[in-house]
Design a binder for this molecule. Sequence first.
Ligand code: AMP
Ligand code: GLY
Length: 424
Amino acid sequence: MKVLLVGGGGREHALAWKLAQSPRLGALVAAPGNPGIAAHADCAPVKDGAVDELVALARRERPDLVVVGPELPLALGLADRLRAAGMSVFGPSQAAARIESSKVFAKDLMARHGIPTAAFRVFTRAEAARAYCRELGAPVVVKADGLAAGKGAIVCASLDEADRAVALCLEDGAFGDAGRTVVVEEFMTGEEVSFFALSDGVSALPFGAAQDHKTVWDGDRGPNTGGMGAYSPAPVFDAAVQERAMAEIVRPTIAALAKEGCPYQGVLYVGLMITSAGPRVVEFNCRFGDPECQAILPRLDQDLLPVLEAVAAGRGLPASLAWRREASVCVVAASGGYPGPYDTGVAITGVEEAGRLAGVTVFHAGTARRDGVLVTAGGRVLGVQALGGDIAGAIARAYAALDRIAFPGMHARRDIGHRAVGRP
Ligand code: AMP
Ligand code: GLY
């Protein structure tokens, strides 16, 4: 089989690495890929948002399957364009991808179908939004409707902060069109889990859960990032909670999307809050999490390719998947300054040495090769992943590997996975 993989981050490196282990893979083409992905694929220099060029590339390459990693091309309708050209695609249609690209769509869908989530209302006028913030009371959450590069959800500790968040979106236009409509919602307390489920449009299959560490500094302090590390499995998400999430959230959501004319084919990322009243939805995404994917895929104990193919073909999913018993941890090495402004083009050392350690895989996220030298090319540079007999063992291996890697300005959290140590 020939596969075209769209994307060029750590998530896509993990997908490429896993697909490359498939005996059924003939050729892998990645767009744009990265130096890590290049070990498994021919990389074509086409950006993930360049839909016309991606369609042209797919017409030239004639892949048997297209796997779309990031949300941007899905929100722009890449899957629809490829399917219209007769291709098999892992990734939802533009209409189904609204589950991520429009918070209003996602919240209204949940409200219509009784799917548990935070109480909310939708606003385009600041005055009304501020009044509802007062009705809910602080803490309260203000969210831009559209895609805002992970910065569109503002958790406000006070009503003053909420007023500023409302002004930022509706009066200052800080998120452009993405923030012209806002969702104001109830603040939920509990532990957060990223849960993944595959769907062929009709049925749904659990694909594991992970816990992400969103803030930049240890102890969950500092500004939010795309994710500084993840571990899997997540002890709080046991078999009973998973079954409840499937029954109360995932299956109803997949059924709702099908019923409303936009069947979902791909991976549904369910951001959950495990509250005292059970799992409730924080957000949906239309793709794998990054870095959750890098933590989960090494635990999959079977060929990924036929599973993605079944999703894309809409021809029924296997009843279950085989998972290794080991725990997995992925620690992100980030550029100095990230999530704020940062330098790129800085030389990286130690990646190969780290990757030779037992149980360790180093996934490239924001890297480039310049004159044969591996350099930084993004905020999140590498994801250092390790398997271990338990979570503590995986943590020890991941940090032993991370400590072999260096570049000027590099920073990483030192507490990835610690929350899970010693828990049943
Ligand atoms: P989102 O972009 O919707 O995932 O929100 C980003 C982060 O904000 C989440 O991962 C949560 O930590 C937090 N958050 C969003 N909505 C809520 C909520 N209703 N209650 C508590 N925390 C929230
Ligand atoms: N790690 C969070 C995300 O992928 O959205």
